[in-house]
Write a protein that binds this ligand. Structure first.
Ligand code: NAP
Ligand code: GCO
Length: 268
């Protein structure tokens, strides 16, 4: 039997685009890909936030290149991908991370808000994948990682649009795998559990009396690991799915949730 090569986890010489990575989960995953050897491109919607992020990357020993681009705008994404191919080389790894949430009870939600979430959390992932796949086919390999959610599997009050988008993203992941697996492109998802970032900050806010937010207590009680996830928890999974170590893993959603999906919940 051939010996296992630990270097199959390395990403030396690979070019990675991580969308929405000026902060949060994207920033953490991009740092991890860089530590494994990849050249990093990231985007966000504001030049100011990108500039601040480039400095934070530097502080973390990462030389990342930022692009101003709204992932819902196909022409802008096509132009960004063309520019990255020119600046850093043809993209090997796409992490579709950019996303938004709107927590509004469904019957109070304007259709424009619903569409905005679907546009950002589902259509944009199609736009970005469509922009990089031709280069990957030409290169003979590619890795696409879609950042899914607990809401790819579960619903809850107020997140109808987000759950619809993240459920759709799970199926887009399987479809990209089905359509381009033969071109040696692996498309997988990461489904983070509840991770402490600015997206979930309102769910962790202290109450006026200093006590913990009821949702904070609820989610920890639903998590066998007994804590919120941290950005760092997603680093290893991202490197694995971006690397040759996962070359026969395709169309899979890797839930990184401290066990939430395995657990029926505490008896009251
Ligand atoms: P975050 O801190 O709010 O980061 C989201 C990033 O997406 C921001 O940097 C934002 O950048 C960018 N973005 C939003 N819309 C964009 C657009 N149209 N074009 C370009 N960039 C855009 O949230 P996060 O918690 O790190 O979440 C990252 C991803 O993980 C999201 O897809 C989210 O749904 C998913 N997720 C999060 C959790 C969690 O518990 N936190 C759990 C499961 C899944 P700018 O504002 O600078 O443009
Ligand atoms: C919410 C949360 C979630 C998480 C995450 C879970 O309001 O329930 O924001 O949707 O952010 O996606 O995996």
């Amino acid at each position: 039997m051939a010996e296992f090569d630990m270097n199959s986890f390395r990403l030396d010489g690979k070019v990675a685009l991580v969308t929405g990575a000026s902060d949060g989960i994207g920033f953490g995953m991009a740092c991890a890909l860089a530590k494994a050897g990849a050249k990093i491109a990231f985007n966000g919607r504001s030049q100011e936030k990108n500039d601040a992020a480039v400095l934070r990357y530097k502080e973390n020993g990462v030389d990342a290149k930022g692009y101003v681009c709204d992932v819902t705008d196909e022409a802008s994404v096509q132009e960004m991908v063309r520019q990255i191919n020119e600046d850093l080389g043809v993209i090997d790894i796409l992490v579709n991370n950019a996303g938004i949430i709107k927590r509004i009870p469904m019957i109070e939600m304007d259709v424009e808000d619903f569409r905005k979430v679907i546009d950002t959390d589902l259509t944009a992932q199609f736009i970005c994948a469509k922009a990089v796949i031709p280069g990957m086919i030409e290169k003979g390999h590619g890795k696409i990682i879609n950042i899914c959610s607990m809401m790819s599997e579960l619903g809850r009050e107020t997140v109808s649009a987000y759950a619809a988008a993240k459920g759709g993203l799970k199926m887009l992941t399987r479809n990209i795998c089905s359509e381009y697996g033969a071109a040696n492109i692996q498309c997988n998802g990461i489904g983070p559990g509840y991770i402490a970032t600015k997206q979930t900050a309102p769910l962790r806010e202290r109450q006026a009396d200093g006590s913990r937010h009821p949702f904070d207590q609820f989610i920890v009680s639903k998590t066998p690991a007994d804590r919120w996830g941290e950005v760092e928890d997603l680093m290893g999974p991202a490197v694995f799915l971006a690397s040759d170590a996962s070359n026969f893993v395709n169309g899979h959603i890797l839930y990184v949730d401290g066990g939430i999906l395995a657990y029926i919940g505490k008896q009251p």
